[in-house]
Design a binder for this molecule. Structure first.
Ligand code: HEM
Length: 217
């Protein structure tokens, strides 16, 4: 008989995810607090939190193609948890930046967002992840009905923005960001049909709008 994940397996898997996500976060910030993160602890914290946020985001996008391929429907239950940890890491990444790089200078943050494209796209991605986190509950899902899916499709844009943020933030060797671009594009390619349908629907809606209002553009 084929192996099927049951609810007990999912509880074990969720426990593993909690431990694997929380332990390195706590340990790394502990090392920073006792000054054991090398010559440039802020850079190390930014790298650790940024790359972990991206890894978790990509993992959350891997869940549904994997569940389909392996025919393990229950696997979908871990997707939200991975998404929430992606947000937790992204938020700690932002907090490290605003606390230690900008010393809570919000005016400087605003000018960085305006002046530096890699900060602009990183900030946009963080806003999307915040919206997705705030609406990730069952209650929000019920309240938003079919708007919920539309909103949560923004995760695809967030992934592309983070990939751009990564490649634009790197000054010399772009091998690692390119590998991340490849992973992001492979995961988006799994949703090709869904994205094509959405694009066609959008184009059709736009066309309908233009025929009903010939002066709009
Ligand atoms: C307001 C939002 C954000 C700000 C201000 C920000 C800021 C930064 C900064 C200052 C760096 C280091 C660049 C350098 O080494 O000179 C960086 C790198 C990075 N960020 Fe962000 N970031 C933001 C959002 C995000 C988000 C949402 C993610 C992922 C989900 C992310 C992932 C990364 C990654 C993977 C790197 C490359 C790691 C490195 O080379 O240090 N960032 N970010």
């Amino acid at each position: 008989m084929a192996f099927r994940l049951n609810s007990k397996h999912i509880i074990v898997l969720k426990t593993v995810i909690h431990l694997a996500a929380l332990m390195p976060l706590i340990y790394t910030f502990y090392l920073a607090s006792i000054d054991q993160l090398g010559a440039d602890p802020v850079k190390a914290l930014l790298y650790f939190s940024g790359i972990s946020a991206f890894n978790l985001l990509l993992l959350s996008l891997l869940v549904s193609p994997l569940a389909k391929k392996l025919r393990q429907g229950l696997l979908i239950n871990v997707r939200r948890l991975l998404g929430l940890y992606a947000f937790t890491y992204a938020l700690s990444h932002f907090l490290v930046y605003i606390l230690f790089e900008l010393q809570l200078n919000w005016g400087l943050l605003l000018s960085e967002i305006i002046k530096r494209p890699y900060i602009t796209v990183g900030f946009a991605a963080l806003l999307i992840l915040t919206a997705l986190t705030l609406t990730s509950t069952r209650a929000a899902q019920r309240k938003l009905k079919n708007k919920w899916q539309k909103l949560h499709n923004w995760v695809y844009l967030a992934v592309l923005l983070v990939a751009l943020h990564f490649i634009w933030s790197v000054k010399s060797d772009i091998t690692e960001p390119l590998i991340y671009w490849a992973m992001a594009l492979i995961l988006l390619a799994q949703r090709k049909t869904k994205l094509q349908q959405w694009w066609q629907k959008r184009a059709k809606n736009k066309q309908n709008k233009q025929t009903s209002d010939p002066f709009s553009n």
